[in-house]
Design a binder for this molecule. Structure first.
Ligand SMILES: C[S@@+](CC[C@H](N)C(=O)[O-])C[C@H]1O[C@@H](n2cnc3c(N)ncnc32)[C@H](O)[C@@H]1O
Length: 237
């Protein structure tokens, strides 16, 4: 971790609303959720040096590999945040992020865990808080049931879907591949991809209850609970 300290943002909460001021000179700021070992992070940052790419990852061991990749390439337009996606609202002000990448997120196949999927309504509303109208989420997965479910959630939450495909690489490799994607591509597994554009009618957290962290753990996404009850109690007090 020390070798890559330059690429780690130690206290990202302190930069909320000030990212462009602290990292000046970039055309826009984009965010990658769950960057893992960072093949996509490094490739995407290298492809667009005028965009600041912030990569969020809750598992430090994976993030160190990603940071070493960025360091080895001397990429100055990428930084890493050792945080859980459930905390986005504490890291970014409304409209501060111009685009979001969600690549091969954990599918959480059991229905009782559905709210932990990064495309669940509670997360989508947090993303809508951060993204300005017209900005998009780029979502890729190998998991067909997760993709179909996510399409339904995005539509219900008021996102406009574009470039939806069930076989991204049908005519040969497209775009920057992630570590998982490269492995699946070699195995001939089809990759699903879509872009979801935030519109004026996309639901935000103001639209209703969202999952809340039961405790202040930064590293464990488990512990979310539906907040309908809690929200009601908060209003009463
Ligand atoms: C299946 S891996 C995919 C990694 C990489 N995106 C790729 O495509 O190669 C999912 C990654 O997302 C991270 N992750 C899952 N939930 C997260 C959350 N709530 N906040 C931050 N990272 C998360 C995991 O630790 C893991 O590294």
């Amino acid at each position: 971790m020390e070798r890559c300290a330059h690429w780690l943002v130690d206290e990202p909460e302190a930069l909320r609303g000030r990212w462009a001021e602290v990292f000046p000179g970039f055309r826009e700021i984009r965010l990658e959720l769950g960057c893992g070992k960072g093949r996509f992070t490094a490739g995407q940052a290298a492809a667009e040096p005028d965009v600041l790419l912030l990569a969020l990852e809750k598992v430090p061991d994976a993030m160190v590999v990603a940071m070493e990749r960025a360091a080895a390439q001397g990429l100055e337009n990428v930084r890493f945040l050792d945080r859980d996606a459930g905390l986005l609202g504490e890291l970014f002000a409304p409209g501060e992020v111009a685009g979001l990448y969600i690549n091969f997120c954990d599918p959480w196949p059991k229905s009782r865990d559905a709210k932990l999927r990064l495309t669940a309504p509670g997360f989508l509303r947090r993303y809508a808080d951060l993204l300005p109208v017209g900005a998009a989420i780029c979502f890729k997965t190998d998991n067909a049931p997760l993709f179909a479910w996510s399409v339904g959630q995005l539509r219900a939450e008021g996102w406009r879907l574009e470039h939806v495909t069930d076989d991204l690489h049908a005519d040969g490799p497209v775009g920057v591949m992630t570590d998982y994607e490269a492995k699946f591509y070699d195995q001939g597994v089809k990759i699903h991809r879509l872009e979801a554009v935030r519109t004026a009618s996309t639901k935000t957290t103001a639209a209703g209850p969202v999952p809340r962290l039961r405790n202040a753990s930064l590293t464990d996404a488990r512990g979310f609970e539906e907040s309908r009850e809690t929200a009601g109690k908060e209003k009463e007090t």
